[in-house]
Ligand binder design. Structure first.
Ligand SMILES: C[S@@+](CC[C@H](N)C(=O)[O-])C[C@H]1O[C@@H](n2cnc3c(N)ncnc32)[C@H](O)[C@@H]1O
Length: 664
């Protein structure tokens, strides 16, 4: 529910050991990388030069239009008209014009994903594209576009999500795919879907689940050499040991996912790594250890026009010194704690059993993207006969009702110590307690502030206030969030055992305005869509295009247009409306299509009317309505020049003595 915020804290800062080189100084060479991947045959020999040349170039900019509702369709028109024009017409030379192409990705439904033949740096640093840059920034802030990388859009798409699915994102932070999963769950235009997305990450340890998920995404931690175009410093750090060190954790995460998956459910495993040890080897190990409970699925029909290579069916495992082994028996004794038997490919006679060619390998030169690996699996039967309920990261609090397959953290620790698939140095427990989160306090039937809200907004009797929550037990309630009843039950029943960080969409915000005497809460724009149908017509105002543009152009409280300056139609509706928070409804008929409808949070003052949103949202709606956004379209290059001129004038015009600072 809601936009953009997938509910994560900022990832913890990674402490860099040693100095980070400026990107321009990075030498994009690594002999081990070249030798390793030539040996693995990840790219047909005839395409090798193109593959390496592409890897050394910067990644093109891409974005996805979020959602699928009428607003997304209108955004699409805007992208087609505005971005294409800005990209192409701002380029002076024919050569630039040819370069600055922008096109929808053929395999993404409804033209909602776009790629440009411009890098982010081109857009950021080139004055010709300042409008495009402003557009991308403000629409990202509003949440109508997500600047997600092309290949990263694939895993959520091939999960084939329906609105009733219970979806688990196992390695979710920072959350770009989680946001996409949420959108796919909302794709059916239902205000509140019956399914949900749980976004888990290593920092949310202690997850104890009593549900089996219909869809699971395992976008696991990986060596990330598929992101070389975005992270060129990997050129200097890459070694074959990275993949070997990650195989164990990747296998355990996907295995856990497979256990948590309902029979008939779908799991997608993905990495941004080229290494078969992190990719096909993990899938091969999972398939062989689960003995026919899972199978790889061919999803080519879901990705029409996507160019990719089939999964590898044979590979070698390379030591950190680049000694290559075809089977574990050949492995030198000194590597046997790091190179494990499970990392090797199937025997030639077993190839057909695993169908590893159904995995998807995307190479950078195939369509000018990053490299990526995706495997789609379906669960045919329980992994073992006792499969009932599982913990995501396995910690038991109640020993008494322990299932046989539920193991305590202590046992997990022991298991890790004895897990011979793990290198010796990884066979120990990890503990991350993380942050203390505010509680999730759901309203009860007797919530004291609810009657005033219900009465002010004439909320329907059908609405269940126990789906509303605040994040404190005592003190002034500030923000009220809303969840679906399924999420409420999940949180209430598991709060002692799972560490929840965020849930729900902000729907009401305290507003101690003197005009809000009857009710101390205004509607938050974020949650408006979720509660819209339950708000009574008394607090809704239908508004035409000209009036709405006037409101959006004058959205600061001190500029709020007088009600008398608006159309008679608005005056007739607003004259009888008590001051305070309200909903503005805009409707535009579209020939041969569904009408374009906007719901906007508004405020009726004593004698004025205004829209009540962030500036980015205001600019977004102005753009959608074809209003004038020039006052927001700041040319930062021009601004720097103007600022400099102002400074120069000040210096020239100043007859004062130079300060110490000037002298310095
Ligand atoms: C490739 S990133 C995920 C990117 C994310 N899916 C997205 O699209 O924004 C891998 C994530 O795995 C997390 N991780 C590492 N070990 C984990 C574990 N044992 N369980 C869950 N998550 C883990 C890391 O914290 C990291 O956020």
């Amino acid at each position: 529910m809601g936009r953009r915020k997938a509910g994560f804290r900022k990832p913890r800062k990674v402490v860099q050991v040693g100095e980070r080189k400026p990107y321009n100084d990075i030498v994009k060479e690594n002999e081990k990388f070249i030798s390793y991947y030539k040996t693995q045959g990840v790219c047909p020999p005839g395409q090798w030069d193109e593959f390496i040349t592409t890897l050394k170039t910067d990644l093109p900019a891409t974005f996805r239009i979020t959602g699928s509702k009428c607003e997304a369709r209108k955004m699409l028109d805007l992208v087609q008209n505005m971005c294409i024009k800005e990209c192409i017409s701002q380029s002076d030379t024919m050569e630039e014009q040819q370069q600055s192409n922008i096109f929808p990705l053929p395999w993404y439904p409804n033209k909602l994903a776009w790629q440009m033949d411009l890098t982010r740096k081109d857009i950021r640093r080139n004055e010709a594209y300042y409008k495009l840059h402003n557009f991308l920034i403000s629409e990202t802030e509003h949440g109508t576009i997500s600047r997600q990388e092309t290949v990263s859009m694939i895993p959520p798409l091939v999960l084939d999500i329906k609105s009733h699915h219970k979806v688990l994102d196992m390695c979710a932070a920072p959350g770009s795919k989680t946001a996409q999963l949420l959108e796919l769950l909302h794709a059916d235009d239902e205000a509140i879907p019956s399914g949900y997305v749980i976004a888990n990450d290593v920092d949310n340890k202690r997850c104890y689940m009593l549900v089996q998920f219909d869809r699971i995404l395992c976008d696991v931690p990986c060596a990330g050499d598929g992101t070389l175009r975005k992270n060129p410093d990997i050129w200097m750090k890459w070694t074959p040991a990275n993949g070997i060190n990650l195989h164990g954790i990747q296998s355990r995460i996907v295995r856990r996912g497979a256990e948590l998956l309902a029979v008939g459910g779908r799991l997608v495993y993905s990495t941004c790594s080229l290494n078969p040890v992190e990719n096909e080897a993990v899938i091969h190990r999972l398939l062989s250890e689960t003995e026919g409970a899972l199978q790889l699925v061919d999803v080519a029909h879901m990705l029409p026009g996507l160019k990719y290579s089939p999964g590898l069916e044979t590979w070698q495992v390379g030591s950190r010194n680049l000694e290559f082994y075809k089977t574990f028996d050949e492995v030198d004794e000194k590597w046997r704690t790091t190179i494990r038997p499970q990392m090797f490919p199937p025997n030639p006679e077993d190839k057909q059993k695993y169908n590893l060619h159904k995995c998807i390998r995307i190479l950078p030169h195939q369509q000018n993207t990053g490299a990526f690996f995706v495997a789609v699996l379906e669960k045919l039967k329980p992994l073992h006969s006792k499969e009932k309920s599982f913990k995501i990261n396995s910690e038991s609090t109640e020993n008494d009702d322990k299932e046989e397959n539920e193991i305590s953290e202590e046992e997990i620790g022991k298991k890790r110590e004895n897990d011979d698939s793990l290198p010796q140095n990884q066979r120990k427990r990890r503990r991350k307690d993380g942050y203390k989160e505010d509680p999730f306090v759901f309203f009860t039937d007797k919530e004291e502030i609810w009657p005033s809200i219900k009465n002010f907004y004439k909320i329907s009797d059908e609405f269940d206030p126990t789906c509303l929550l605040v994040r404190c037990h005592t003190g002034k309630k500030k923000n009220i969030y809303m969840t679906s009843s399924a999420i409420r039950d999940l949180v209430v029943n598991n709060q002692g055992a799972i560490k929840f960080i965020n849930t729900g969409v902000k729907t009401f915000v305290r507003s101690d305005n003197r005009n809000m005497k009857e009710c101390a809460f205004r509607i938050a724009h974020d949650g408006l869509e979720s509660i819209f149908n339950d708000i009574g017509s008394e607090r809704k105002v239908t508004i035409g295009r000209d009036d709405l543009i006037t409101l959006l152009m004058n959205d600061k409280p001190e500029q709020s247009p007088a009600i008398t300056s608006l159309s008679q139609e608005i005056q007739d509706q607003v004259n009888n409306l008590a001051p305070g928070s309200c909903v503005l409804i805009y409707k535009e008929d579209i020939p041969n299509g569904d009408p374009f409808i906007l719901h906007i949070s508004g405020w009726r003052g004593t004698s004025s009317l205004r829209s009540y949103m962030s500036q980015h949202s205001t600019v977004h709606f102005l753009r959608l309505l074809g209003g004038d956004v020039s006052k927001y379209d700041i040319n930062k290059f021009k601004k720097i020049e103007d600022d400099q001129e102002d400074k120069d004038e000040e210096t020239i015009g100043s007859d004062s003595e130079p300060t110490n600072k000037d002298e310095l």
